[in-house]
Design a protein around this ligand. Structure first.
Ligand SMILES: [Zn+2]
Length: 228
C-alpha cells in the first residue's frame, strides 16, 4: 500500500495534548464512590466521552423507584457485572434520548441482587446541551414533575474539580419531587410514595464535590499567604 493510500483511509486523530490520558479500574473506583452516576475521569468538556459509574444493590428496605431521563446527547450503558438482574454481564445498551431509569434489579428487596454499570455520555461537540429528569405517577403515569436543566459543557478541558451538571440536576430533581404538591398526582389524586434520593446518592455527591472544591481553594489561599 502506498503512502497516499494510507493517508486516504480513516484514522483515529492524535489525542488532545491538553488532556492527560488516564486509566481507571471501574470496580476499584465504584467500591468507594459516593453515589450513582459518578464521572470516572475529570473530563466533561465539549466533545468529551464521559463514563459514569453506578453500583446498585438490593436489600430488605431498598427502594430505588423509577424516573425518566431526557438528554440531547447520546448515552450508552455497559454492564460490568450483575446478579439477579435483567442486565447480563457484558451487555451493552444504546439508550433513546428519553429513557426510563430504575435499579435494573429483578427484586430490589433481594440482598443478593446487584449490578455494576457504566453509563457513558458523549458531550455536545458545540452548542447547547439540555437534560431533563421526569417523574410520573405510579398510578396513572401522568407527569408529576419535569425538571429541565442546562448541561452545556465547558468548551475546553479545565483540570479542576467540577460539579457534574447531570448530578446537580438530579439532586435538585429529588428535592423537588418530594414536596407534597408534586407528589400528589394532578390527574388521579394519588399521593405518590417519596422518591428515595438517598439510594442514588446525588445530594451526597454534590455536597462532597463542593467540599472538595472549597478545601482545595482554602489550601491554595494558605499556600499563597505563606509564600507572601
Ligand atoms: Zn395519577
Amino acid at each position: 500500500m502506498s503512502a497516499a493510500d494510507i493517508a486516504a483511509t480513516r484514522h483515529i486523530p492524535s489525542s488532545d495534548p491538553r488532556v492527560e490520558p488516564l486509566k481507571v479500574n471501574v470496580y476499584e473506583y465504584m467500591a468507594k464512590a459516593a453515589g450513582q452516576l459518578v464521572p470516572l475521569f475529570p473530563y466533561d468538556h465539549a466533545g468529551a466521552i464521559v463514563p459514569c459509574g453506578n453500583v446498585l444493590i438490593g436489600g430488605p428496605e431498598q427502594t430505588y423507584g423509577q424516573f425518566f431521563h431526557w438528554n440531547t446527547v447520546s448515552e450508552v450503558v455497559v454492564c460490568y457485572g450483575s446478579h439477579n438482574s435483567p442486565l447480563a454481564p457484558g451487555q451493552v445498551i444504546a439508550t433513546q434520548n428519553l429513557h426510563g431509569v430504575n435499579s435494573r434489579l429483578t427484586d430490589e428487596t433481594d440482598s443478593d441482587a446487584a449490578v455494576v454499570i457504566v453509563v457513558t455520555q458523549h458531550q455536545a461537540e458545540d452548542g447547547d446541551q439540555t437534560e431533563a429528569m421526569i417523574s410520573r405517577c405510579s398510578g396513572c403515569q401522568a407527569e408529576l414533575l419535569r425538571h429541565e436543566y442546562d448541561a452545556t459543557p465547558p468548551t475546553a478541558p479545565h483540570g479542576e474539580v467540577r460539579q457534574f451538571p447531570t448530578t446537580v440536576g438530579s439532586a435538585r430533581f429529588a428535592e423537588l419531587r418530594n414536596t407534597d404538591e408534586v407528589r400528589t398526582c394532578p390527574e388521579c389524586g394519588l399521593a405518590n410514595d417519596a422518591f428515595q434520593g438517598a439510594t442514588w446518592g446525588w445530594v451526597r455527591q454534590v455536597s462532597q464535590t463542593a467540599t472538595a472544591q472549597s478545601a482545595q481553594a482554602e489550601l491554595r489561599r494558605s499556600a499563597a499567604a505563606f509564600s507572601d
